[in-house]
Design a protein around this ligand. Structure first.
Ligand code: SF4
Ligand code: SF4
Length: 305
């Protein structure tokens, strides 16, 4: 991709996954937008939080050649320790990643113009057509890129492609509202029982999130609520009851529960992040008990990986 864009809005994307059969119906391309307004303690994509590109360092790949030290003009590389990058000096220019022969340094986040992302999105159009698949906007929080999406989505829709948005809802509704005519479905992450729990575990309260959920359900917009199961944090019976009460207040009768996994923990040492390993065992939860807990409150819960 070009590093300088002059033809209209651009966005920072940190991954594009083709041929996905998760995160929506059929065969899909998942586009991961960089930048999020929450910092969930269990975030699966810690590289998604910052809105700008960043360098990730994979210690195990490094062969100690010193190329990175030679090319860095910011004095942000050190060969003296296991951690190669001084994050406070790094400007994410990507020079070191280009010169690293071992792929130990990787620039996370690439700038895309609308036309470039359309081109990427159409590569598997034949597969979307035969499988009733399409494009899933993920992140990070895609809605933080609403200005870009306002140009991108109408172009994408011209090709008659199913578009699904994954969102956590933490932004003013007016950022999402103009995008709705181009969206077919929303996966809405609702994570925790109440405002205090949101504050404690995501860094932000849930007031804005509830307003967005209210605006969507009020319009009858097709959405699926998804709840990432985090053992002990949203799995106790009193926590499940509060979540169910909230869902009933929006007339929501079913949810998808996402199983907890620890794959994200391996990413932590590679990045400049405040996120910490949680030391929660994946066995620390009885999923049958959790789904039963929702059923007991008249919410149908389906468990997914
Ligand atoms: S990305 Fe640029 S500034 Fe950061 S360490 Fe590499 S060469 Fe230095
Ligand atoms: S260029 Fe890559 S392999 Fe060489 S020292 Fe730097 S990080 Fe390690």
């Amino acid at each position: 991709m070009n590093s300088e864009k002059t033809d209209g809005p651009v966005s920072i994307i940190f991954d594009i996954q083709r041929f996905s059969i998760h995160d929506g119906p059929g065969i899909r391309t998942l586009i991961f937008f960089k930048g999020c307004s929450l910092s969930c303690a269990w975030c699966q994509n810690p590289e998604s939080i910052k809105m700008k590109p960043e360098i990730a360092f994979y210690t195990d790949c490094c062969i100690g050649c010193g190329n990175c030290l030679k090319v860095c003009t910011e004095g942000a590389v050190s060969m003296q320790s296991d951690q190669r990058i001084a994050w406070d000096k790094c400007v994410a220019c990507g020079l070191c990643a280009r010169e690293c022969p071992a792929d130990a340094l990787r620039l996370v986040g690439t700038q895309y113009s609308v036309s470039e992302l359309i081109q990427e999105s159409l590569r598997d159009k034949d597969f979307y057509d035969v499988s009733d698949g399409g494009i899933t906007l993920s992140g990070g929080e895609p809605v933080l890129h609403s200005e870009f999406l306002l140009s991108f989505l109408p172009e994408l829709k011209k090709h008659d492609i199913h578009i699904l948005l994954e969102t956590a809802g933490n932004y003013p509704f007016l950022m999402l509202e103009p995008l709705l005519p181009f969206l077919d479905h929303i996966y809405f992450d609702y994570k925790l029982p109440d405002d205090q729990a949101y504050q404690n575990h995501t860094g932000k309260g849930n007031q804005q999130i509830l307003k967005v959920l209210h605006a969507l359900t009020d319009r009858g917009f097709p959405l699926t609520v998804r709840i990432p199961v985090v053992p002990g944090i949203n799995t106790e019976s009193h926590q499940i009851k509060i979540i169910c009460d909230t869902l009933h207040s929006f007339n929501i009768k079913d949810v998808n529960l996402l199983k907890y996994n620890r794959l994200w923990e391996a990413k932590i040492p590679r990045l400049d992040t405040r996120q910490k390993v949680l030391h929660i065992s994946t066995d620390a939860v009885d999923y049958d008990q959790v789904t039963d807990g929702f059923c007991k409150h008249d919410i149908k819960a389906i468990l997914s990986e």
